[in-house]
Design a protein around this ligand. Structure first.
Ligand code: PLP
Length: 630
């Protein structure tokens, strides 16, 4: 548990069961309901679904929606706050229809709404956010079609708030509303002064891409007033960045927005909502700190700071408490899905050893390494061993380029070098002080586990912004790990690797791991992928989307579960079609080529049929490695 820190990042949803398997506890309020990941994997294999796979725990998603709404509800009651919480889910964080439907359904009793940041998202939101009491918040840059769609929402009786990101949007919204005779609901996004921390700190400050300055906010309010639409101004919005690591930035931003809200009310604009945006973080690395992949606060603290922060300023300024809107996406979705990949191979730096028996006219560098290896146990100074061996290996590489040593000699030098390094490493394992160069041996001597997935599809933030995502073997956790590894994916890209992990609460470039068993696959889970990772991945190497299973638990049978739905991932013909290929005519073309070989007598007809069928079978198949035994 300490090694992998499951309880620290698991948010109450994951732990290591007594049998050493990862378990999911989909409803933390009912800890008896626990699903063994191994059982889920066995069922998936039983159904013949290929890995890698995304597993969605819809109960986890529901639990997070309920937790956010109930936490706000409790804080509002405790603070005697005189308005309601009306949260929205920003669908950019995970636009999968099943995810959005589940969130809308779980949030129905709290009038939980949706947020859209683009025209396609707005079209989806108009169709799915049908609760008349829930808000629809529209952020992002908008064209006239976007505004018309927003007004269609108003015609349908929905609470659709167009958040103005730049002044010209207001001009066209006012004109269109008059033209169509539909009363809009207007929000203004403020450019905030508060300095936020974290990877998205550029979302705050004067150089922020979105939002209005104070002068522009005043100008916008007055513009509405001049067009006798002052009452349409309903909401003040800010968003100072996703994954906010430090609670102080949130407190400061709430305070700043409350002051702007109060001033607008004093100016005669009785806004109804303050929207505190997203930013509620996830503790990906389990450190509960201000690291970029962590947060130094809990959900309860976040909610209390929003509720009490607004109340305090409103009471001082003697203005009504506004309804509170938040746009938490990451916090709702991150835990609910994970990627399960199979380790399909091991890449060792010393993967092949060749016979190093000395020969009379061996090159002096080879002789040196041979002697060092033979008498290593007599050495007192292992740092010197490390330095000498490393220098001779480097010199050997140069000597080979100058044709001074042969390929075979170089191979022997490599073999001896890694044998020596393993001895150096094992010597230092029992030492308190390990020299810096030798520390790096842990990494260079470690294996790379080749995993059947694409980081660019399934964990894009790990590649793009060094986001830490927890990776844990699914079984065997009741035994100590046997080796250290980093992970590489199956794309033809050397960036397709993971070499940043949190191990025993420290950042490490290797992950403690187990040997690959002979008789069954070694499955690794990459967790907390439900926010952004699920939907932002790309088609590098044409791997495409993963097979997906949706899991539900039974309330009356705490250890059982069922696969509610299987969503097929990308097939080869599908990804090729996206790139403008025509798979069916490709199959015909290849068939013709095979037929010609048959006609010319190079291939027997029976073999020709088999090759044709095989080509078509692969076209229809899954894009990832097929590890099932034929
Ligand atoms: N609202 C807006 C305007 C955003 O830009 C974002 C994402 O950055 C969010 C909400 C969601 O933020 P988070 O996922 O941190 O909750």
């Amino acid at each position: 548990e300490r090694v992998f820190g499951v309880a620290s990042w698991g948010g109450g949803y994951f732990d290591i069961g007594q049998n050493g398997h990862i378990h999911v506890i989909p409803q933390p309020n009912s800890p008896d309901i626990r699903i063994d990941f191994k059982a889920v994997i066995d069922e998936i294999r039983g159904e013949g679904i290929q890995f890698p796979i995304v597993i969605r725990f819809h109960d986890v998603l529901r639990s997070q929606v309920v937790a956010l709404n109930q936490t706000f509800g409790r804080a509002i009651d405790a603070a005697k706050y005189e308005a309601e919480y009306r949260g929205v889910f920003p669908i950019k964080v995970n636009q999968m229809r099943e995810v959005v439907e589940e969130i809308v359904d779980a949030g129905a009793e709290y009038n939980f709404g949706l947020e859209a940041g683009s025209k396609p998202e707005l079209l989806a939101v108009l169709a799915y956010n049908t609760n008349q009491d829930a808000l629809t918040i529209l952020n992002g840059y908008k064209d006239e079609e976007f505004m018309r769609l927003a007004l269609l929402g108003r015609r349908l009786g929905r609470k659709v708030v167009v958040v103005i990101e730049k002044f010209s949007e207001l001009v066209s919204l006012v004109r269109l509303s008059k033209e169509l005779n539909i009363e809009p609901m207007v929000g203004l996004r403020a450019k905030m002064q508060v300095k936020s921390l974290g990877r998205w700190q550029g979302s705050s400050g004067e150089r922020a891409k979105f939002g209005l300055t104070i002068a522009e906010i005043i100008k916008a309010a007055r513009y509405l007033e001049a067009h006798e639409m002052g009452d349409a101004l309903k909401l003040l919005h800010f968003h100072i960045g996703s994954q906010l690591p430090d609670i102080r930035a949130i407190k400061d931003a709430v305070n700043e927005s409350a002051m702007i809200y109060a001033e607008l009310v004093h100016m005669g604009f009785p806004l109804e909502y303050v929207d505190v945006g997203g930013g509620l973080g996830i503790d990906y690395d389990g450190s509960k700190s201000t690291n970029d992949s962590s947060r130094n606060y809990t959900l309860e603290e976040y909610v209390a700071d929003v509720v009490y922060g607004l109340k305090e300023v409103c009471d001082l300024e003697n203005v009504p408490h506004p309804h509170i809107v938040s746009e938490s996406g990451r916090a709702i979705t991150a835990h609910h899905s994970c990627v399960i990949t199979e380790v399909v191979g091991e890449i060792k730096p010393d993967g092949a050893e060749i016979d190093t028996t000395p020969r009379e006219n061996d090159h002096v560098l080879l002789k040196n390494l041979y002697e060092l290896h033979q008498y290593i146990d007599d050495h007192k100074n292992y740092q010197e061993v490390y330095n000498d061996a490393t220098q001779w290996k480097e010199q050997a590489a140069e000597a080979f380029k100058l044709r001074v040593i042969s390929l075979e000699e170089l191979g022997k030098i490599e073999t001896l070098y890694w044998q020596i390094m393993r001895k150096v490493q094992s010597y230092y394992q029992s030492e308190d002080f390990v020299p810096a160069e030798v520390q790096s041996l842990d990494f260079s001597i470690s294996s790379q586990y080749l995993c059947n997935f694409s980081i660019f599809q399934s964990a894009v933030d790990s590649w793009a912004i060094d986001q830490i995502l927890p990776v844990v073997p699914i079984t065997g956790l009741d035994k100590p790990p046997t080796k250290n590894c980093s992970l590489v994916d199956i794309t033809c890209d050397s960036d397709g690797k993971i070499d940043k992990f949190i191990v025993d609460h420290e950042l490490s470039n290797v992950l403690p791991m187990y040997d690959i068993p002979e008789d069954e696959p070694l499955y690794l889970g990459m967790f907390l992928t439900g926010a952004y990772q699920d939907v932002m991945g790309d088609m590098h190497n044409l791997f495409g989307r993963l097979n997906e299973v949706h899991i539900f638990s039974y309330d009356d049978d705490p250890e059982d579960f069922y696969i509610e739905e299987v969503v097929k991932g990308s097939s080869v013909d599908k990804v090729l079609s996206v790139m403008q290929y025509h798979p069916s005519s490709m199959a015909l073309d290849v068939k013709k080529l095979i037929d010609r070989q048959v006609a010319e007598g190079h291939i027997k007809p029976r073999e020709g049929v088999k090759w044709t069928d095989f080509y078509e079978y692969c076209l229809e198949g899954y894009t990832y490695l097929n590890t099932s035994k034929p």
